[in-house]
Design a protein around this ligand. Structure first.
Ligand code: EPU
Length: 315
């Protein structure tokens, strides 16, 4: 599909060098695969984002807001419509409000989750170390309730601010949100108007006060462990599948099925951690999709367990 010509003209005038047409998504995903999107737009503030969504709705064009592309597999045929990334004022961290025992940080959706972890630790705010080493942005991490065995986003989130296509900016409290394992839904009337989660603009994080040095030491240890157990130096998308349960982690099941090192084209199951798929250099999205299906079939035949992908598939 090509873009509506009026919309294309508007994008050119409004964003000039911040819009790229037919942009290969392989340049914007950590797996380094994915075909072109009609338009790739770098948005700098909420006003621009609202206007972009309004124009896209008017011309019946789809949009997809991405974080750092670290949990995303884009097909070789690419993504129709507009891909949006959040920059500038959408990557900020506020000076926190505080009471005797806690801080309340407001982190914008485009901020890297690792930057947030580091800045919170420097301030002496405890609670983000579960996320140490998780790549991606605050918005992406909220949308998928990212986490590890040490905790997940729902443990620290107090509010989430959304941009709803029709209702504008809406801040919801945690009890209006429905955090599940690696998923977020909304228990709120705004959900009725749309079939997907509205755009996440910001998270409010309640963190306990602690000692910056202790927090940093713990973070350093966790990072070392991650580097030891995970293939961090090769392009990957983190854990590929959700864990079916804590006693049956996907990595162990894939390993027991004898699939470590198994390869389709340039897509390979890591020798270090079987729930990581890596790009050995020249993989296509199709290689990863075929590898994913092979793993699912093999694990199902062997253990009668259906693995569900944690990585989002687009296009
Ligand atoms: N295991 C194997 N073989 C493997 C990999 C793992 O036998 O090839 C075994 C391990 O020995 C361990 C168990 O499986 O007994 C679980 O492995 P691990 O401790 O590595 O944790 P995980 O459940 O595979 C989770 C998160 C990761 C996070 C790590 C470390 C999920 C789906 N995954 O992995 O987070 O980094 O814990 O805290 O919750 C991500 O990085 O993308 C991610 C999702």
């Amino acid at each position: 599909m090509t873009l509506d010509s009026k919309l294309k003209k508007w994008l050119e005038t409004t964003f000039s060098e911040r819009v790229k047409f037919d942009e290969p998504m392989a340049k914007h995903t950590s797996l380094r695969v994915g075909g072109p999107t009609d338009a790739f737009v770098m948005v700098e503030n909420k006003e621009e984002l609202s206007e972009l969504v309004r124009k896209a709705l008017e011309s019946d064009t789809k949009w997809l807001v991405i974080g750092a592309g670290t949990n995303l597999l884009v097909s070789d045929s690419g993504i129709q419509g507009i891909v949006v990334v959040l920059t500038k004022s959408l990557e900020e961290l506020s000076t926190p409000d505080e009471d005797e025992n806690t801080f309340l940080f407001k982190a914008s959706a485009g901020l890297k989750i690792q930057t947030f972890c580091r800045l919170a630790a420097e301030k002496g705010a405890r609670g983000m170390n579960f996320a140490i080493g998780i790549p991606g942005t605050v918005g992406g991490a909220i949308a998928m309730n990212a986490g590890t065995s040490l905790g997940s986003m729902e443990d620290v989130i107090e509010t989430v601010t959304f941009l709803h296509p029709e209702k504008g900016i809406v801040e919801l409290e945690k009890d209006e949100l429905d955090f599940r394992y690696r998923e977020l839904a909304i228990r709120h009337p705004i959900e009725d108007a749309t079939d997907s989660l509205p755009i996440i603009l910001e998270g409010g994080f309640r963190l306990a006060k602690g000692d910056p040095r202790t927090i940093k030491q713990e973070a350093d240890q966790l990072l070392k462990k991650r580097w030891k157990n995970q293939p961090v130096s090769l392009p990957n998308a983190g854990c590929f599948f959700k864990n079916p349960s804590s006693t049956k982690p996907a990595g162990r099941l894939i390993d027991l099925a004898g699939l470590k090192g198994f390869q389709v084209g340039g897509a390979k199951i890591s020798e270090k951690h079987a729930n990581f798929f890596v790009n050995t250099g020249n993989a296509s999205a199709n290689d990863f999709l075929t590898l994913m299906e092979t793993v699912r079939t093999t694990v199902f035949e062997r253990f009668n367990i259906k693995l569900e992908s944690e990585v989002k598939i687009a296009g």
